[in-house]
Design a protein around this ligand. Sequence first.
Ligand code: ADP
Ligand code: MG
Ligand code: MG
Length: 884
Amino acid sequence: TRSVYFFGNGSADGTRDMKTILGGKGANLAEMTNLGVPVPPGFTIAAHRCVSYLADGLVDEAFREEVTRALERLEEVSGKRFGDASNPLLVSVRSGASVSMPGMMETILNLGLNDETVEGLAKASGNPRFAYDSYRRFLQMYADVVLGVPIAKFEQLLGSKRVTNGVTTDSELSADALRALVHEYQQLIRFTTGHEFPMDPQVQLWGAIEAVWNSWTLKKAVDYRRVNSIPHTLGTGVNIVSMVFGNMGEDSGTGVAFTRDPSTGERRFYGEFLVNAQGEDVVAGIRTPLHIDDMETMLPAAYTALMATQDRLEKHFRDMQDIEFTVERGTLYLLQTRTGKRTTAAALRIALDMVDEGLISQREAVLRMQPNQLDQLLHPVISSDVRATALAVGLPASPGAASGIVVFDPDVAERRHAAGEQVILVREETTPEDFHGIVAARAVLTARGGMTSHAAVVARGMGKCAIVGCTALEISHEQRSMRIGEHVINEGDWITLDGGTGRVFAGDLPTQPSEVMRVNNGALSAADAPTYRGFAKLMGWADEDRRLRVRANADTPRDARVARNFGAEGIGLCRTEHMFFEGERITAMREMIVARDLGGRRRALEKLLPMQRADFEGIFQAMDGFPVTIRLLDPPLHEFLPHGGEESTMLAQSLGLTRPELARIVAALHETNPMLGHRGCRLGIVYPEITEMQARAIFEAAVRAHRRGIDVRPEIMVPLVSDVSELRHQREIIERAADQVMGVMGERVPYLIGTMIELPRAALTAGEIATEADFFSFGTNDLTQTTFGLSRDDAGRFLPHYIDKGILAEDPFQVLDRKGVGKLISWAVRDGRATRADLKVGICGEHGGEPQSVAFCHEVGFDYVSCSPYRVPVARLAAAHAAL
Ligand code: ADP
Ligand code: MG
Ligand code: MG
């Protein structure tokens, strides 16, 4: 198969659709070339070469031949020759996988320079300073990436050079100083590696290609893929691109830009650049870059070309682009374009604006929004009544408010996070090596770098708060502290960041709900909330596309209201036991549990009934017109018992028992394996009066609410059924209670009785169970637990190792296991509907708010999913994606 794809002279072998073969960078370089956008010519080595090289370490002859031919073509197109002493072709060797992994792998610039070609470059350009600057950059990058010489050693030599020459920046170093520096670099390489630096450009080229392939397995790259669920099997493409130079003087430069603001989504070109600089100088935060608007006066012709090009690229790719460009002696070149990372608020705004601009359809807008991203809109911000003055203000790179202890080192961040602390990683700037520290931190703060710096891009991508370019910070690594003006902050001190405004505060400040949350709870009107309005509009579009209904798991009227305001269409799970944990109720509950006879139990239940009834009424009201599924008492009884001490003394007193008597009762209730013990419908079977009381409370509440004009639709759910006869038994009690209540109250309301399917035996005998059930709700937490035989409460000790070792691809408690649990579910749906065609089917486990699991529910024909109130928007959007 073909391994090399050329681009240059206005045409390319590849296109944007070939990302899996060429990697994103290569595919888009090809696409830009075909578009006629100025891109320096080059060629791309397909990613499958990386995969095979990493497998066997071999580079075969036929492939070498392909590369040689492409290089010859590049010489032809550029009119320069690789290794030619008078007019040398120089190239960059760049990584680029099919999924963007910014800064995770390696790039080498100025390859092809040696002691002879550098002279040629000096002559050809008439600029020896530039030639030696390029050479020393090449030596340093190549030694770092290919030969493993630590970059810091080069930085040290460069630093001393500045000092001995009495200058403060690299660009002030003269040609002679740089020539001397090149010798020192070469000595350093000889000394560290025991070999001469390779002067043969062919050796350089293959060394660089192999290093790029190997960079696929660098720790930071592997970490990045793990966090972002990118398969390790993709491999990276390698791009060999002829060099253009931003370091040729004051009429040259390099920069990065976004076609729209990545933080707010505002439609304005947003970028940063540096004059007389090369490659990554901007992103690395080595010098603080200039605002793109300044380019208009400094490099006017290139600026005009850039504006036209960015507009063209955005229209062509029909999405916000993140671009890299270089200006060589006034001429603009594009070196990269890709879909830009953005905050959720920006993503919303851009999608809606692009629909208005006629660039994309409503459907595309819905599909572009990733369901899990919506979470970010609910992040808290610093309370508006906090009067603290900011210590410093940096660039607001990624929103959200976060407090934590200051940590200056990524390893320390990882360690203290693992120990349960909230940390904020503070650095001069971050590099891809810091990735694990960013993962561990709640937020990132840097002293240098712009909105396009590494820290900004990575944090934004992870939905973490970040402030960058906060120039007031002076970090001292020896003292493990930083100074901001008069203030000294030590490692371990608390600070608070406001990523939305860029403000840094001392201490642990209180936060308040986000705009979207404040509209939800009525504290803010939608008229004053533009982000909320965008959110609501997009959700409305999503609703037009989805088939699945979305309900919420809510146990209180308050949760029910939050859920409804987020668009929940009913309650899929109301856990009655949660109602017993509050205040005085727990006492009544305990009385019920330790009652020695039926009379005692009934007396306690009579006390509980009005409390339950009031809660149900509130929930019915909040869900007027929508179904409410109420699950009968589920957990093992001893969960409610006193834990000794004061609690036990009081309970014994109120029951007229002695402490030893109470202790005996409690001991008798102890179970060896409570999750498989006396719980769920087993309670209602042994103590039918519990089921009866709960059913009465539900029906009385329903009739009362109905009398107040509320449209009530209770659905009573019997938990932990494994055989149809259990459900039949409970159903009789519930129906009897319904007839009694409605008879006495003289009013009927419609209701359903159904069951949870959360045990394998229930799933397997679903056809029989459906004879007694109006609906099934899959309790996938327990069903996962019982199908895997895996205790959810203990799995934390070993499941992470399973994920690490790749034994399981994902935690089955987070992402529904299609292969096993999913098989039981789809069987149960089919078998159940074979008995009862109109059987309603839903899910109420944690999985109901997880996008991949929602997609599964859609595929197997569920009627609805139910999830936590805060996941309702995620589920609505995921349901739309599943349907599109
Ligand atoms: P990354 O994936 O980390 O962004 P790149 O391969 O894009 O790495 O390159 C790093 C930097 O070098 C970028 O700023 C890019 O624009 C610049 N660069 C790469 N190739 C060339 C080239 N042929 N000429 C000039 N600059 C280049
Ligand atoms: Mg790049
Ligand atoms: Mg359960």
